[in-house]
Ligand binder design. Sequence first.
Ligand SMILES: [Zn+2]
Length: 306
Amino acid sequence: MKAKGRTVGKLRKKWVHSMIYEQTGFKLTGNRLWLSKIGELRIELSRPVPGTIKQIVVKHTPAHKLFVAIISETPDTPEPTAGTRAVGIDLNLENFSTDTDGVVFPHPHNVRKAAKRLRRAQRKLSRAVDGSRNRRKQRVRVARIHEQVENRRNDFLHKWSRYYVDRYDYIALEHLNIKPMIESLDAKLRGRSKSILDAAWYKAREFIQYKAANAGTYVHLVDPAYTTQDCFLCGHREKKDLAQRTHSCPVCGYTVPRDLNAAQNILKRAAVGWGTPESTLVEIGTATPPSPAGQVPVNEARISRL
Ligand SMILES: [Zn+2]
């Protein structure tokens, strides 16, 4: 104990390179992190912190920046066991989904057809004279086709999610889709198609999570950034335009369909989180002056310079 006390004392005299907070001495509220002995800091989170925070490490980099590593635990993350059937699924534009086993679900044709009819009916409705009998009738027609689109989509999504939950113990998906959208379609169609797809993807996750919860299948939602651009094999990142349907890595030569590479990245990201606490690295942008009441091992001048 004495030796430990001396070390701390020594650290206090010199510049503190890192500080570790175990279980207590911190409070994270939005983008404000309160640390005992330092005070309140405004931080920029690189992504939301999953689970419960177990440990916070504050590090001073040679470039005079402060980094905060937030170690959190997600208790419901299961350990991978031998024989676990795992799959990564990429939801995309070309097809509805592509998975790591190479299974592709095309966009359901009957939903597309009904959606097209719906758009036509909606246009007709907008042209109908206000308060006319024709407008009333057209409104009912639009509602009926709308319902048909929903029913057909739900039907497809039930089969799709059932397929995965029945076959796999572990399913990795992106937690939301921020991929560049539908540049191959003309500008007028783009917004509408995107919202239709967004709704379908959102529902797809809901359906799969709901079914998985009942079947004891674990669904892992991963960070969607760069899953298309990164090479699964070597990690090299290169921008692709939407017309580029093949991933062909200029560094390692790995060549597979674009969406398969994305699905593999999704599964890889999920696998990295298996059984290990998640770590979120955040950079402190600006920091408010440390509270004068507390002990201040990090001198104020340095903090305010950050
Ligand atoms: Zn590569």
